[in-house]
Design a protein around this ligand. Structure first.
Ligand code: 7TS
Length: 406
C-alpha cells in the first residue's frame, strides 16, 4: 500500500489555508492537483528545452520532439493502444469529442441515428446535436432508472442499421456511476456497424484502460483530471478508421504536400495534430502517467473506493440527505442534496468558508438534473491524496450547512 502523507507531500498546493482553514480539496472530477514531478517537468521544459517540435533541425527542437514522442508512447502503454500513432494529442475531452463528431460528418445522412445516454456531460451531447444539424441525423438517448442506472434494454431497441454512432461515458461525472461499457460495446457490435466512442474523462484517472480489449473505435480523455496540466488530452482512434476519415483542423504539420491545386495529408498521428501543440503539457502528461504508475492504479482505485464508501456511509447518517445514484456501482464521486435546501451552491459556499472545496450546480449535465427534478447537487469527488480526516471535515461542514440553512 502507499503512504498517504508521502503522497500529499508531493502536492504543495494542498498544504495551504483557504478562508483561514486547511484546504480540503474535493473537486477532483473538475480537475485534479498536480504533483511536484509534473510541475518540475513543466518548469524544466520551459527552462531547458522549449522549442517547436517536428520542424527544426536544431538540437532543442529535436530534443523537444523526442520527449513529446516518448510521452505519446507512455500514453499508448497507459491505454494499451496497438500503435503509438493511434494516440492523438488534443487539449482535452471536449476537443476530442468535437473532433470525432466533425470528421464523421460525411458518414451520416438524413434519418441516421446517434445513440448517447442520459448520463452524458454536455460535451458528449452538443457535438452530436451539431452533427445532427449538419446531416439530418437523429439523436436517441438511453434512459436511466431512479438509481441512475442505464436501462440497456433501450439500447437493444434503438440499435438498427440506421445507427451510425454510439457514444457513452465510462463513468458519469455528475454521479460517479460506472457504466457497463463492455456490455454496451458487445451489444452494439452485435446489432450494427456503428462507430463506438467512449468518453473516458472520468474513468482514465481511476481505472486501467485497455482500448484493444474494449474494442472501441475511439476513446477520449483529459490530462488535467489525471494529475497532468490543463490543456492536455488524448484522442485514441483505431488506425484503419483514422486513416480513412478526413482531417479536422487544416494547417501546419498535418500536410504531406501543399499546393494551391491540391493538398495531401500527413500520416498518423500528425494528420490530426495541426498547428503547434502544447509540447510542455504533453510531455508533462507523460510525467503524470509515471506518477500514476508509480503509486499503482490498483492502489489508487482501492483508496478512492474506501474513501467513497466512508463518505457515503457518514453522509447518509445525516437526516434528509439524499445521495444520487446511491445504489449504483460508482467511483470517486458522491453527489447529494439536503432535503428542503433547494440551492446546492448555498451548501457549497458554507463548505468553502470551512476550507472544503466541492462543486455545486448541474455539473454540465442538465438532463440528469431534469430527470431528478433538481437544479443541481453538491458533489464531492476524490483523488489519491484525499484522507479520511478530510471526509470528516466535509461531513462536519454539511451538518453545519444544514443547521445554518434550515
Ligand atoms: N466528459 C466528462 C465525463 C467530463 O467529466 C468532462 C469534464 C468532460 C467530458 C469535458 O472535459 P474537458 O476536460 O474537455 O473540460 N467534467 C467536468 C466536471 O465534472 N466538472 O468540471 C468539468
Amino acid at each position: 500500500m502507499f503512504d498517504i502523507q508521502e503522497i500529499r507531500s508531493q502536492f504543495a498546493i494542498l498544504n495551504q489555508k483557504v478562508n483561514g482553514k486547511p484546504l480540503v480539496y474535493l473537486d477532483n472530477a473538475a480537475t485534479s492537483q498536480k504533483p511536484d514531478s509534473v510541475l518540475e517537468v513543466c518548469k524544466q521544459y520551459y527552462t531547458e528545452l522549449n522549442a517547436n517540435v517536428h520542424r527544426g533541425i536544431h538540437t532543442l527542437s529535436q530534443l523537444a520532439t523526442e520527449e513529446m514522442e516518448l510521452s505519446r508512447k507512455k500514453v499508448q502503454k497507459f491505454i494499451n493502444a496497438k500503435h503509438d500513432f493511434e494516440v492523438i494529442f488534443t487539449k482535452g475531452t471536449t476537443e476530442g469529442l468535437n473532433l470525432i463528431a466533425y470528421i464523421l460528418t460525411q458518414k451520416l445522412k438524413k434519418d441516421d441515428e446517434i445513440i448517447i445516454s442520459y448520463l452524458e456531460h454536455h460535451s458528449n451531447i452538443v457535438p452530436w446535436q451539431l452533427l445532427c444539424e449538419r446531416t439530418g441525423a437523429k439523436l436517441r438517448v438511453i434512459p436511466i432508472d431512479e438509481n441512475g442506472i442505464l436501462q440497456l434494454e433501450y439500447l437493444d431497441q434503438y440499435l438498427s442499421e440506421k445507427t451510425k454512432v454510439v457514444s457513452v461515458n465510462q463513468v458519469s461525472n455528475a454521479l460517479g456511476i460506472v457504466n457497463p461499457i463492455e456490455e454496451i460495446i458487445a451489444r452494439t457490435r452485435k446489432h450494427s456497424d456503428a462507430y463506438i466512442v467512449i468518453d473516458g474523462a472520468q474513468s482514465a484517472p481511476h481505472f486501467s484502460i485497455d482500448v484493444q480489449k474494449l474494442d472501441c473505435d475511439f476513446f477520449v480523455f483529459s490530462g488535467h483530471k489525471m494529475y497532468a496540466p490543463m490543456g492536455t488530452g488524448i484522442l485514441y482512434g483505431k488506425q484503419s478508421i483514422l486513416e480513412e476519415l478526413p482531417p479536422f483542423h487544416g494547417g501546419g504539420e498535418m500536410i504531406a504536400t501543399c499546393s494551391f491545386e491540391k493538398t495531401t495529408y500527413a500520416t498518423l498521428p500528425f494528420k490530426y495534430e495541426a498547428g503547434t501543440p502544447n509540447v510542455g503539457g504533453n510531455i508533462a502528461l507523460g510525467a503524470a502517467i509515471d506518477f500514476i504508475e508509480k503509486v499503482g492504479k490498483d492502489n489508487i482505485q482501492r483508496h478512492e473506493n474506501v474513501l467513497l464508501e466512508y463518505a457515503q456511509k457518514q453522509l447518509l447518517e445525516i437526516e434528509g440527505l439524499k445521495v444520487y445514484g446511491e445504489k449504483a456501482e460508482r467511483v470517486g464521486v458522491v453527489s447529494f442534496n439536503l432535503e428542503g435546501i433547494g440551492i446546492s451552491s448555498d451548501v457549497g459556499m458554507i463548505l468553502d468558508k470551512m476550507g472544503v472545496a466541492v462543486r455545486t450546480g448541474h455539473h454540465c449535465t442538465q438532463p440528469i438534473m431534469d430527470f431528478f427534478s433538481i437544479a443541481g447537487t453538491v458533489r464531492a469527488s476524490f483523488a489519491v491524496y484525499n484522507t479520511f480526516q478530510e471526509i470528516d471535515l466535509l461531513v462536519e461542514g454539511v451538518r453545519k450547512a444544514q443547521k445554518m440553512l434550515a
